[in-house]
Design a protein around this ligand. Structure first.
Ligand code: PAF
Length: 281
């Protein structure tokens, strides 16, 4: 496995694959890797000839300085995990390499309704930062396939929209959520939870499972209310719970007309914000 901190070295390495028409897969991460990230690496290894992972804690997608500061970092462990997984190359740039002075890296795209609800509402500016860094990384790596986790469902739709709108030559592949034994969705932020909080946080997945059973029996708004009530437990603070159309992210008003329905939620456990979702239809 090769480690690159500079764009020039990475591009030179990738050229040897590109010139032989070998497909390049890309897994962008912010480090503090877990089995969820490794499942993306595995998917990439299975369907491309060269897998590049990146580790970059992107400052522009944090709407709170304290959240950026507290974001877990474990570079040595991350590199060992990527090496063991069989990753071909890792890009670990500095902020100056990603955002050099004088280079306009902003993405002039209106994500419209996709960026307004849920994460967009509670983390203003977050998706502009995500789009900015993903576009910049795609410009650098130029992968054939980009692998994203379903856990960040709204992020996946935003990135897919960007790839379509800008006619990027990259296929965006979404990969299933990987969960802990108790159902808690794997997340780098879980590292900040105590063992007790990890158990409490499992209520989010249990509620999503419960919602699957309520669906059809109660109207969508009522199901959302019931889910929020179910999450009113000691140590938990639900932020939102919404049943949305899986393509447009608009609230669904019935279960028949939308072709896909996703339940999306965010909760606070102590000072840690967690998100999760379930594709219901
Ligand atoms: O999902 C993440 O870890 C980040 O939002 C991403 C896609 C790596 C961009 O910084």
């Amino acid at each position: 496995m090769y480690l690159f901190k500079k764009i020039s070295g990475l591009r030179q390495f990738l050229e040897s694959y590109r010139s032989k028409n070998r497909a390049i897969g890309f897994v962008p991460t912010m480090g503090a890797l877990h089995k969820g990230h490794l499942s993306l690496i595995e998917q990439s290894l299975a369907s491309t000839q060269c897998t590049v992972g990146s580790i970059f804690v992107n400052p522009t997608q944090f709407n709170e300085a304290a959240d950026l500061e507290k974001y877990p970092r474990a570079p040595a462990q991350d590199l060992a995990m990527l090496y063991k997984a069989g990753c071909h190359a890792v890009f670990m740039p500095s902020p100056e390499e990603v955002y050099p002075q004088g280079l306009d890296t902003s993405v002039a795209l209106d994500f419209g309704a996709l960026s307004k609800p849920m994460e967009g509402k509670f983390r203003p500016g977050h998706f502009d930062g995500v789009a900015q860094v993903v576009k910049r990384l795609l410009d650098i790596v130029e992968p054939d396939k980009l692998f994203m986790g379903q856990k960040d469902y709204q992020q996946y739709l935003i990135v897919r929209h960007m790839a379509q709108a800008l006619s990027l030559p990259t296929e965006v592949v979404v990969c299933p959520i990987v969960r802990e034994k108790n159902g808690l969705a794997m997340s780098s932020r879980n590292e900040r939870l105590s063992p007790e909080q990890r158990e409490q946080a499992a209520a989010l997945y249990q509620t999503l499972q419960q919602v699957e059973k309520w669906m059809g029996k109660h109207p969508p708004r009522e199901v959302e209310q019931k889910a929020l009530q179910a999450l009113q437990q000691p140590g938990l603070e639900p932020e939102y719970f919404q049943l949305v159309d899986g393509q447009a992210l608009q609230p669904v008003s019935d279960y028949e007309s939308p072709t896909s329905i996703v339940a999306c939620a965010a909760i606070w456990v102590g000072g840690v914000r967690l998100i999760d979702n379930m594709i219901l239809k």
